[in-house]
Design a protein around this ligand. Structure first.
Ligand SMILES: Cc1ncc(COP(=O)(O)O)c(C=O)c1O
Length: 455
């Protein structure tokens, strides 16, 4: 059996993040304020600290990772690159399947890579508390963990459907000293509005973001800021440690580059983290098919529109140039809560528009089916979000077998599913169905985009 495990010593932990904005072909459209003018750093300063706003707007290719941030993420980084030899065998494929294992962080996903950086920069700026939203609870628990280590208080608005489905995540947040409330909540104006409109709403990430932003901006002492777990440029930047490590580890494994690179996409951050350093190779001529996978219940890149849209339901963020299903879109309550977001990172959207990334939408039953095959061969239990990447890797491995091609497949194993066992229970009990978005619902969601300026 070949060595299925590639590790790096602490010294190989990247010292800089990679900023794809420096290398993307085609000019990026700037974020706009609601009156249609480009957003200035000052216009964002009530929500984010200036040091992160600088990163958000930077087109510098490499940005130094502060030593203290490196020290904290070194608790679990560099993460292993593993080869899924048992899955390969089960699929009888000539493909070599590698995965970057981000599930080994203390909260169990890639999210703390940016949570630690954001908490640290806020602390440097004199901030005392961070607010945020969370879908599946992975981001909320990652920010709770980061705030605890850095010395900030954390308040999390958790999308109601996940709040009810995933009680264990709430406990993790409490362990790390954070407050967690269901969204919509009665504590913000927007939450109360959402409840009045539909008392049974499952909640949305867009709505939870609005609540978290309102809570931050409303702090009379000005000591609270908001942290976003995905979508924004600085979040993509912090996640690039994943791909930078993977480049070195693939070399260790004797691979030149992946033929197929795969990541699941909610707001785009784990995908970007793995893909962006390789997209830099692709822009310079490497032949890599880069695939971003989303659920058919929330098909942002495959069926959404590339438009200016708000990042949240209450229109409190700037207008971002991105693929969107409309900021009032309410996806069905699939278990992959972290993939239920109406928009997509502007950098990922731009890469899609430039033809550098191929989006793919998968049904949830195919994903759970692949996740079970994964657990029954490789052993680990993946997060429902991650199952989308696993399913796409399985598809590619089968294609390689049909075509008799020895391909190198690399995907991001973005998190474990040990807090998501109720989803597995529902699948095993035959209680899950596919919930492909209907054309009617799609049109309803997209309509709101007509009111916004076009990119
Ligand atoms: C394990 C896991 N993977 C993927 C995602 C999707 O988010 P993103 O696209 O920002 O990586 C989430 C979001 O909560 C997640 O928890």
């Amino acid at each position: 059996m070949e060595k299925p495990f590639y590790t790096l010593p602490y010294e190989e932990l990247p010292e800089q993040w990679y900023n794809l904005a420096a290398d993307l072909p085609g000019a990026m459209h700037p974020p706009l304020t609601s009156d249609g003018t480009p957003a200035t750093p000052e216009s964002l300063s009530a929500v984010f600290p200036m040091n992160l706003i600088e990163q958000e707007m930077s087109d510098q290719r490499w940005i130094d990772i502060p030593e203290e941030v490196r020290d904290i993420i070194a608790r679990w980084r560099p993460t292993p690159l593993r080869r899924a030899v048992y899955l390969e065998k089960a699929l009888d494929t000539p493909a070599r399947i590698y995965y970057k294992d981000e599930s080994v962080s203390p909260p169990g996903s890639h999210k703390p890579n940016t949570a630690v950086a954001q908490a640290w920069y806020n602390k440097q700026a004199g901030i005392k508390q961070l607010t945020t939203e969370t879908g599946a609870g992975q981001w909320g628990s990652a920010l709770a963990f980061a705030c605890q280590l850095v010395g900030l208080h954390c308040k999390v608005f958790m999308v109601r459907i996940s709040f009810d489905q995933k009680p264990s995540r709430k406990i993790m947040m409490r362990v790390w000293n954070a407050d967690c409330v269901p969204s919509p909540s009665e504590t913000t104006e927007f939450g109360r509005e959402m409840i009045a409109e539909n008392p049974d709403t499952p909640g949305t990430l867009g709505g939870a973001i609005s609540e978290a932003v309102q809570e931050a901006v409303g702090d009379p002492k000005g000591e609270t800021r908001y942290a976003l777990g995905s979508v924004l440029n600085h979040v993509m930047l912090h996640q690039t440690v994943i791909g930078l490590e993977a480049q070195k580890q693939l070399q260790q494994a004797g691979e030149k580059h992946p033929d197929r690179l795969i990541g699941c996409c909610g707001g785009g951050s784990n995908f970007a983290g793995l893909a962006f350093p390789f997209l830099s190779e692709k822009v310079n001529g490497s032949d890599i098919d880069v695939i971003g996978v989303e659920p058919t219940a929330c098909p942002t890149m495959t069926r959404g529109r590339f438009a200016y849209d708000y990042g949240d339901s209450a229109e409190s963020t700037p207008l971002l140039p991105m693929h969107s299903l409309g900021h009032r879109f309410v996806p069905s309550g699939i278990h992959a809560g972290g993939l239920r977001y109406h928009g997509m990172a502007p950098l990922v959207s731009h890469a899609v528009e430039q033809g550098l990334v191929d989006p793919l939408a998968l049904d949830q039953l195919e994903c759970y089916n692949a996740a079970l095959l994964w657990s029954r061969t490789e052993g680990a239990i993946c997060a429902p979000e991650t199952s989308h990447a696993v399913a796409a890797a399985v598809r590619e491995a089968r294609k390689a077998r049909e075509e008799g091609k020895e391909r190198c497949i690399l995907f991001n194993y973005s998190g474990h599913g040990l807090m998501d066992l109720s989803a597995y229970q529902n699948y095993l009990d035959g209680q899950l169905q596919d919930s492909t978005l209907s054309d009617q619902e799609l049109e309803k969601g997209l309509k709101i985009l007509d009111e916004n300026p076009a990119p």
